[in-house]
Design a protein around this ligand. Structure first.
Ligand code: AMP
Ligand code: MG
Length: 397
């Protein structure tokens, strides 16, 4: 199944719960606004000075002018007497009657305390107008906005201390596989490996501002899988598994979700990736990611991430792309869309994508050592120097 089609179907199945919480602004990073925030004030609240300098009337220039008052940030001056200047500092309100601020570097004050101005001064120069950032009554931020640090600052600037956001989704994570051992619990015996997917997924959820509900390692056993899936569906708003989703004898996820819910299993036409399951256990949506660590990362970012964002009520679920120059070539076209792990270097003509040497889906270093996923669409052959689209990992993960 092409990625686009899978995304369309999976996003069509995302039904936000609508439950809300009121949070203090400092706790709201990564949360999604459940209502528009309307500003009750103009920001800034006054016409104010963008510079340390002198507030003047243009018609009085170039001086010399007596300095009639001093206005610091936080103070309000008197109306400016014609034929005088006011000493003023950055952020201080412009006194009535002044129509420009001259920066102090363009001014000189003589022995007698009179101000002279060098160069030309234009009306409104160095004045930040009242309401230029946000006007009273305007929407400061809209419902569905996932709050970034600068958004918290913006909300604070309009005087908001608490926000109504969609309740943080709980996402239960199960790692399937008899071979898995949690790091820190035991040394590895033959055939075993440490559970890395749990940590990758937990981190990805944290970056999305979602709550990680750890259901642990599930052995490759039908009953244990069914029991864990049911418990997970009761604990959380969404269940995510890794591994065990193909149709081999040791893969129990599909059959067990079918018993207690419904599931579609897709062969996604992406690399790394391929098997991906989507369905529900009761009312709880279910996503079955593949087992290979790199495939987990890619399918989470490309499919689970937009789904979870939509489920969380976010309006913007799109994955931003950047165009860069390919510093690599692909040998032949593939029917699957490839996501080449690349690092980005700055060259003479902008950013160049260099391919990580080992692109195997079992090689997690390829993600760890890379800056981006370069998208090679189905049927496309890339030559060095071609333009390619990349997904920046810092924006995804
Ligand atoms: P599976 O889809 O269960 O056949 O797993 C595919 C590959 O991913 C196998 O090599 C597994 O050992 C590996 N794998 C599955 N789950 C994990 C995990 N949680 N951490 C690291 N590797 C895993
Ligand atoms: Mg397995």
């Amino acid at each position: 199944m092409p990625l686009e089609e899978a995304l369309e179907r999976i996003l069509g199945g995302a039904r936000p719960t609508g439950a809300t919480d009121e949070l203090s602004l400092i706790d709201a990073l990564g949360a999604v606004l459940a209502e528009d925030v309307i500003s009750g004030i103009d920001v800034p609240g006054d016409d104010n000075s963008a510079m340390d300098g002198y507030a003047v009337r243009g018609e009085d220039l170039p001086g010399p002018l007596p300095i009639s008052q001093r206005i610091a940030a936080g103070a309000v001056g008197e109306p400016l007497q014609p034929g005088t200047a006011a000493r003023i500092f950055t952020g201080a309100p412009i006194p009535a009657g002044a129509d420009a601020v001259v920066m102090q570097e363009n001014c000189s004050v003589d022995q007698g305390g009179l101000l002279s101005v060098d160069g030309t001064v234009t009306t409104a120069q160095n004045i930040r107008p009242r309401g230029q950032d946000i006007a009273a009554g305007a929407v400061a931020l809209s419902k569905g906005r996932r709050l970034r640090p600068q958004d918290l600052g913006l909300l604070a600037s309009v005087g908001v201390a608490r926000v109504t956001v969609f309740r943080r989704l709980k996402v239960a994570v199960l790692s399937t596989g008899d071979e898995l051992v949690e790091p820190g619990t035991a040394d590895l015996a033959g055939g075993q490996l440490y559970n890395s997917n749990r940590f990758t997924i937990a981190g990805l959820l944290a970056r999305l501002g979602l709550e990680f509900v750890d259901v642990g390692i599930i052995p490759d056993d039908a009953q244990a899988t069914a029991k864990a899936l049911l418990r997970a569906s009761e604990l959380a708003d969404c269940v995510i598994t890794s591994g065990g989703v193909s149709v081999g004898e040791e893969d129990h996820v599909k059959a067990q979700v079918e018993q207690i819910g419904h599931i579609d299993l897709w062969k996604l036409a992406i690399k790394p990736g391929k098997p991906l399951a989507f369905g529900a256990i009761g009312d709880t949506p279910f996503i079955g990611l593949p087992g290979n660590p790199t495939s987990v990362f890619a399918t989470f970012c490309l499919v689970a991430r937009p789904f979870l964002l939509k489920l969380q009520g976010a309006t913007d679920c799109r994955i931003p792309e950047l165009t860069v120059t390919a510093g690599f070539a692909t040998a032949k076209s593939s029917p699957r869309q490839d996501h080449v792990r690349v690092s980005l270097e700055s060259g003479d003509e902008g950013l160049v994508a260099r391919r990580f040497a080992n692109q195997s889906s079992g090689v997690l270093s390829s993600v760890s050592q890379s800056d981006a996923l370069a998208v090679v669409p189905p049927g496309v052959v890339v030559s060095e120097g071609d333009k390619v689209q990349v997904l920046l990992l810092d924006l995804l993960a």
